[in-house]
Design a protein around this ligand. Structure first.
Ligand code: ZN
Length: 414
């Protein structure tokens, strides 16, 4: 269980997060680790007990196929995308002697943390290569190429009491001094393009360059970008790489587009998982006996804003994975699945916490209810407690990730 020891887990998580500035990079990182562990790409039927994966855009499904179809699947779900700033098409322009990139927020971005950070750009680009073929390439500036400066307080005396951020006007990225607008072909030449590539279309994300790190007097917190939800992707992957299930299949699905509602060809509300399960194990009994744990971060109680949690519902960082419950089915957790998780946690000596939202606050949702309603399988929503969800630098406890991974492994093997 080397991957699941807390020190190794956190080191691996930091490598994974820092190497995944976009959902497509996260999928590539997972593909490399699966391939190294003997998983093979498979788009057809898969032999019982085989280790397989398939990739579609920013989504990936990987599994140890059930030895007996009637034992079903133990499915762990997570998502590869995080709220960020995306560059618009025709997005380069000049303003006050600066080359600017016009942005569009992706998902529920917490905007203020994006100011005054050294930003890189990364994503996927479709090019016409030197041979005239259309090819998709991953690109990454790898260094700080942009900045969104704050407005000085002297020019906005209400900045600390009534600051409103207009994404169209205030979050465009300054890329450098310029007197003319260059082409993306020139800009991205050293970011992963090849000589002769002509950029046709792209998905380009801004990301903060500051590496993930530990903080706290005892280094008890991990601060990093995109912990929602790369922490769960990594925990699910670490579990799958250790899994040696007896009968039921162990499966990890990490979908793109959760932050924008999951309705897309590769999102949790699309056909990807259903089709993949049907290809790998066509026996309809498999789905009937399947169960799902949907892993996405939870809101740990914030000491400066404790009353944003009901008094009886205050998950703490470093106190174990949170089982998320919502009577209105914004979380899919049902009592049998909650009890199963508590039993597995008990067997593995892992603490768990339960959480429901304040009754007077709306509740965010995740892929759990969407997958549960598409596939009709019992589901639990759970996740590591974090602070600052949807900031471009979030905080998690250093103990919770490894606990989550061990709980997911116990689920995959039971
Ligand atoms: Zn999430």
């Amino acid at each position: 269980m080397t991957h699941l020891d807390p020190v190794q887990f956190n080191t691996g998580l930091i490598d994974f997060v820092d190497g995944s500035p976009s959902p497509w990079h996260a999928v590539e990182q997972m593909r490399e680790r699966l391939q190294a562990a003997g998983f093979d790409e498979c788009d057809g039927p898969a032999a019982p007990g085989s280790r397989v994966y398939c990739i579609r855009g920013g989504s990936i499904v990987a599994a140890v196929v059930p030895k007996r179809a009637e034992s079903g699947w133990r499915i762990v779900g997570a998502h590869t995308d995080s709220p960020n700033l995306r560059i618009k098409p025709n997005g380069l322009y000049l303003a006050e002697g600066q080359l600017m990139a016009s942005i569009e927020p992706y998902g529920g971005v917490l905007m203020s943390p994006w100011f005054d950070r050294d930003l890189g750009l990364a994503g996927r680009v479709v090019v016409r290569d030197a041979e005239g073929q259309r090819v998709t390439r991953l690109v990454d500036s790898g260094s700080a190429v942009g900045w969104v400066p704050s407005l000085a307080i002297h020019l906005d005396r209400e900045a600390n009491t009534a600051r409103a951020i207009n994404a169209e006007k205030h979050l465009n990225i300054v890329l450098g001094q310029a007197s003319e607008v260059p082409s993306w072909d020139e800009i991205m030449l050293n970011w992963g393009l090849q000589l002769g590539d002509e950029v046709l279309a792209m998905d380009l994300c801004a990301y903060p360059m500051q590496p993930s790190d530990f903080v706290g007097l005892q280094q008890e917190w991990l601060v990093a970008p995109r912990l929602d939800n790369l922490l769960s992707c990594y925990a699910g992957l670490a579990a799958l790489l250790e899994a040696d299930p007896e009968q039921a299949g162990a499966l990890l699905v990490c979908n793109d587009h959760e932050e924008v509602g999951s309705t897309s060809s590769v999102g949790a509300d699309g056909p990807l998982l259903e089709r993949t399960l049907a290809r790998w194990c066509p026996d309809p009994q498999a789905l009937d006996q399947s169960l799902m744990f949907s892993a996405d971060n939870a809101h740990g109680v914030h000491p400066n804003y404790a009353d944003m949690h009901a008094a009886s519902q205050r998950p703490l960082l470093n106190s174990g994975p949170v089982l998320k419950i919502n009577a209105n089915q914004r979380y899919a957790s049902e009592p049998e699945m909650i009890a199963l998780a508590m039993d597995l946690a008990d067997m593995e000596s892992i603490p768990v916490q339960q959480f429901a939202n304040r009754a007077d606050l709306g509740c965010g949702s995740t892929i759990g209810p969407i997958t549960a309603s598409r596939l009709g399988i019992p589901t639990l929503d759970l996740g590591a407690p974090t602070w600052g969800m949807h900031s471009c630098r979030e905080t998690a406890g250093t103990k919770d990730g490894a606990w989550l991974a061990r709980l997911l492994l116990a689920f995959m093997q039971h």
